[in-house]
Write a new protein. Structure first.
Length: 445
């Protein structure tokens, strides 16, 4: 893939602690002092290892293409946002950056982060001339029903789903003459999905004749079958890639819960519900129909839950995720539409009510990583619970465990109170991660 820059080997635990306890400041990795000052105000005390490695490369001149694989919740969004800000000519009212994402929820989240961050400059001001106009940074969210089809985009940055961005480009609602940067977030999902992949490639082709456009792909997972596609999309890129054994953060404790059958599984998820009175949780199901049914049954028991999947209308999806972020509900039932990129800092528990499977009904390793990555964000602690109800689901979880070489601990209905103690420890941001795999009653003898 061109020049490869490999992240340090994280498999050695002593080395891993050293890497994540780096002593660099944001200024040390090339962030403008004024931007760094606001990052410190946002409680980002120092750059993550990913940001230390990626930001200096992104900021190089001439701007290189970059492919970045890094663990979930390690600050990839902030890395490309800093790059976008420091490459923007604020005196020029024209689109200079485009960010492609797979869902409207992620598009809205990124735009909200950008707007909030830049608004801080209006309040505290900037010292250096190069940063004095950051408060005027303009960004548009390009998703259905939030941008008019005939609206002319004259802001500095457009963040949206590939279909909507492609439509704006085709109708010349985005002037790409001054484009400097194209970012694809959750790139493996974007390029591996038939619809999103085709639309993303068409966006790429629409700007291919523009000189000096930096292309940056970001994702936590990176399928081997994407290599050729990435070479076309992002030629001569600097590659930063992790070993698959390093994709799961140690800050997430993974456990599985043996249940007798489907009814017992529902009973246990209601027990987990009672344990999350303070922290927030996400319960993932395999289909929209199973999500609807679970919500209905939990509400019949008097439990207050939210529901999010692609079958809901855009306005309703926006309202539901906004209420969840605001803490109006603590428990979200969702399909994989919520598995990627969404960052709700109060999420401490992720439940795999149904383990993720691919179209061939085999374990979906990448989706598992993205699901559990909704908790334990940016050095915080988190817990994932997967239900095992028969030999088939045990075999699926065992395959996931072996694929990533990661520890998973067993709970039973009899010792489920241990999970409550874990959740309390997570809220206090502490627990001992030295646990090992246990054997389910459903495992073949």
């Amino acid at each position: 893939m061109g020049n490869e820059t490999w992240l340090p080997d994280l498999r050695d635990k002593s080395k891993r602690r050293e890497i994540f306890q780096n002593e660099k400041s944001f200024e040390d990795v090339g962030v403008w002092p004024d931007i760094a000052r606001i990052m410190y105000m946002e409680n980002m005390h120092k750059p993550s290892v990913v940001q230390c490695d990626v930001i200096p490369i992104l900021l190089r001149e001439p701007a290189p293409n970059v492919v970045v694989q890094a663990q979930t919740g390690t600050g990839k969004t902030w890395a490309f946002f800093v790059n976008i800000l420091q490459r923007t000519n604020f005196e020029l009212e024209a689109v200079q950056s485009i960010v492609l994402v797979p869902t409207r929820e992620l598009a809205r989240q990124i735009v909200q982060v950008m707007v909030k961050f830049c608004s801080n400059f209006a309040a505290v001001g900037a010292v250096s001339p190069q940063a004095k106009s950051i408060s005027e940074f303009g960004v548009a969210v390009a998703v259905p029903e939030l941008i008019a089809r005939d609206e002319l985009c004259d802001c500095h940055c457009v963040v949206g789903t590939p279909g909507t961005v492609l439509d704006l480009l085709r109708r010349k609602r985005i002037n790409t003459e001054h484009l400097k940067c194209l970012v694809v977030d959750e790139a493996d999902n974007m390029l591996n999905s038939q619809g999103l992949g085709d639309q993303s490639l068409r966006v790429r082709k629409a700007i291919q004749n523009i000189e000096n456009v930096q292309v940056a792909l970001f994702s936590a997972t990176y399928a081997e079958n994407l290599h050729n596609y990435v070479n076309i999309f992002c030629p001569d890129a600097q590659l930063m890639k992790l070993d698959k054994n390093d994709l799961v953060r140690e800050s997430i404790r993974q456990i599985f819960l043996d249940v007798r059958d489907a009814e017992h599984k529902f009973e246990m998820v209601t027990v987990l519900y009672e344990m999350t009175t303070v922290a927030c949780s996400i319960i993932f199901t395999k289909t929209k129909e199973s999500a609807d049914k679970l919500k209905e049954r939990m509400e019949e028991k008097g439990h207050k839950v939210s529901l999010l999947h692609s079958g809901l209308g855009p306005a309703e999806r926006d309202r539901i995720i906004d209420e969840y972020r605001a803490g109006k509900t603590k428990v979200m039932i969702a399909t994989n539409v919520l598995s990627r990129g969404i960052d709700v800092k109060t999420v401490s528990l992720v439940v795999n009510y149904d383990l993720p499977l691919d179209l061939n009904y085999q374990p979906d390793f990448d989706t598992y990583i993205h699901r559990i990555g909704r908790c334990g964000r940016f050095s915080a602690k988190g817990i994932s619970v997967s239900f095992i109800e028969d030999t088939r689901t045990w075999n699926h979880l065992d395959a996931i465990h072996r694929h990533f070489g990661m520890p998973i601990c067993m709970l039973t209905a009899e010792n489920i109170q241990t999970c409550e103690e874990m959740i309390k420890d997570v809220i206090k941001n502490k627990f001992d991660s030295s646990i090992g795999i246990s054997r389910s009653r459903h495992a073949p003898r």
